[in-house]
Design a protein around this ligand. Sequence first.
Ligand SMILES: Cc1ncc(COP(=O)(O)O)c(C=O)c1O
Length: 397
Amino acid sequence: MTRSIQTVAPVKRKTPKPSTRSAIEPFIVMDVMRAAADREHAGERVVHMEVGQPGAPAPKAVIAAAQAALADGRIGYTEALGIRRLRSRIAEHYAEAHGIDVPMERIAVTTGSSAGFNLAFLAAFDPGDRIAITAPGYPAYRNLAAALGLEVVEMPVNSDTRYVLTPAMLEKAHADKPLAGVLVASPANPSGTLMEPHALKALIEAAESLGIQFISDEIYHRLIYAGTAATALQFSGDAIVVNSFSKYYCMTGWRVGWMVVPEPLLRPVERIAQNLYISAPDISQRAAIAAFDATAELDLVKAEYAANRRLLLNRLPAIGFEELFPPDGAFYVYASVRRFSNDSVEFTRRMLAEAGVAATPGPDFDRTRGHGFVRFSFAGTEAEMAEGMDRLAAWLK
Ligand SMILES: Cc1ncc(COP(=O)(O)O)c(C=O)c1O
């Protein structure tokens, strides 16, 4: 028997009508990723330097733990704050890496750090609250905060001050109009800048003395090429810390991360997580426990990033990219394209179409000054990065 397929034509009326708050900017890197996928679908080769996604697979022990979870058969919901074995393993990690005691009760496992920002913003702030972030900075902070009705205060930073937000800048913005929160990433995206422990401590103290909630994005913590990363937890029991298994642990698609939450915000975070997504994926949580013991394997991947970093810092200036800030950590180089163009959106579109190299235009990170910049991710393999540089050199010669 053939089934007839009914086509439902949209009714010409004013609904469905998107909400005002959904009118946020796209996460441009994801749009570039889609354009690159369209080209690959059409059979073209693309070198991926747009997205901050490790070229390496998850550690072997993580995959084995996921396979064991699958063999066990029952993949369920978990407690909203995450499975206890993972929460206590994360707590142990703070003792091992930083010598600090973080009770496992303060750890919330999340669906990547992306959910962590959502939970932090919803638990700590009300619509209309002002939140300071750096520009350039990670785009989702700005776009997500805007969708939640927060007022985003972009603080311009540049290579003169190592892209770091200073206490003086924070105090000035707060004096202009009170801030409810400040969010910084160290190492940062796209600059890769690391706040030295004393700089982080000073910023946290400045924020807390003004009653400003400090949020620390520590997702690139174990990807550092120079200097030492301190966690905000070393200086404050009131900071919200957001972290993830996506980057150092090579687990982007597993969608699992964590937060360390100050005690008064714990139950609010739990209530919101319960209602927002119930729990992070059970299988990913069970597998992530093994990630902390895969340091030998993951440090080899990190060594490859270090080689990629050297390659880009060497070859990009020779090709004509300028004002490169040597990143202390993460896996990005933010570079000026002014020698070639004042419109990096158009420039990266042509770069993809004509050179087959995908990179992210600066306006994703900085709406005001980003038109002269491009971010290259060097998270891929050494062979891919070398191919990307050869393609760019040939295209721009
Ligand atoms: C600074 C920063 N924070 C957070 C994220 C989000 O990562 P995830 O949601 O995969 O943990 C990214 C991803 O690129 C990032 O660069």
